[in-house]
Design a protein around this ligand. Sequence first.
Ligand code: PLP
Length: 401
Amino acid sequence: GSVFSHVVQAPEDPILGVTVAYNKDPSPVKLNLGVGAYRTEEGKPLVLNVVRHAEQQLVNDRSRVKEYLPIVGLADFNKLSAKLILGADSPAIRENRVTTVQCLSGTGSLRVGGEFLARHYHERSIYIPLPTWGNHPKVFTLAGLSVKTYRYYDPKTRGLDFQGLLEDLGSAPSGAVVLLHACAHNPTGVDPTPQQWEQIRQLMRSKALLPFFDSAYQGFASGSLDTDAQSVRMFVADGGECLVAQSYAKNMGLYGERVGALSIVCRAADVASRVESQLKLVIRPMYSNPPIHGASIVATILKDRNLFHEWTIELKAMAERIISMRKQLFDALRTRGTPGDWSHIIKQIGMFTFTGLNKEQVAFMTKEYHIYMTSDGRISMAGLSSRTVPHLADAIHAAVT
Ligand code: PLP
């Protein structure tokens, strides 16, 4: 017998498992709205032209070698990533108070940040929104933090439970870490307004709560890189400290390249430099040093004025296609006279709509219409097209009537 014969079958990942089920379905009308990856109007994965151009440059440069990167990754990439999220004129960058390390996309950045906090920060609790991306509680628990939740989404209004959020953060222990989605909250698509962000900032600073931003969708929500970074920049503008995990999976379509960054904004340059020395001790035994290709693509684009401009145009086009899908789905439900208020479809922002459909309705839509989504009723708007909107609208209509 095997020494592993006692190992029990683990359940599929709740998000990635949706695709596993989808792949097994032979129906020609099947539709995968589970996974958070952009698709074209033809339903195909997209490699941005600007990424192809950058890769061409890299291939043509015979001086490039495949040596190891330093533990903290590619220096240009780190500098440019901090500039992208904090703003070109950020005093924190100018004063050398920011340390940035290249990590394995958003997930890896969150994990490295979590492990650093578990080793060097005085408060173990991290508050995550309810609900949140399903990987957050697992990442932070395994990093050694104690995961708590704060109220975020109100199913009655399908909007922000702002009162609940203020109450829960107000009663969190002083110094606790608070995970904030920088924009395009996943899975709800509900973000605080700028005024609400300002109130959150004041409350958090008054209680010395430590912000840990998860920025997985910069530029992807509104179509503007600067607009989508406003929440982070508000918290850096007050001179206080925070962590930011960035991902280039969605906004550059570099999903499988696993390219992201963790920045820690500190009060002083000497602190930032000591923090970086400790981040290296977290990273070295975990994966030694990060991969070179994706970070080189990003650095090539960010440092070249023309490529950067080309990127912003392609990014805006992706964001606008998603926004247009919201409008089309909303109109299709109105045309069908589907009972209920569906205005949240056009009010929510980012890749996902939190439909409000329950588990039974989701199961019904999968069984009868071959439409796949997470059981919480979250659908990826990026997986929709003008061609598939009517099928989805028919399914939602049938599920609620
Ligand atoms: N954070 C949030 C909120 C996300 O939605 C995602 C991806 O779905 C991630 C982080 C991490 O993605 P990746 O590790 O692919 O960058």
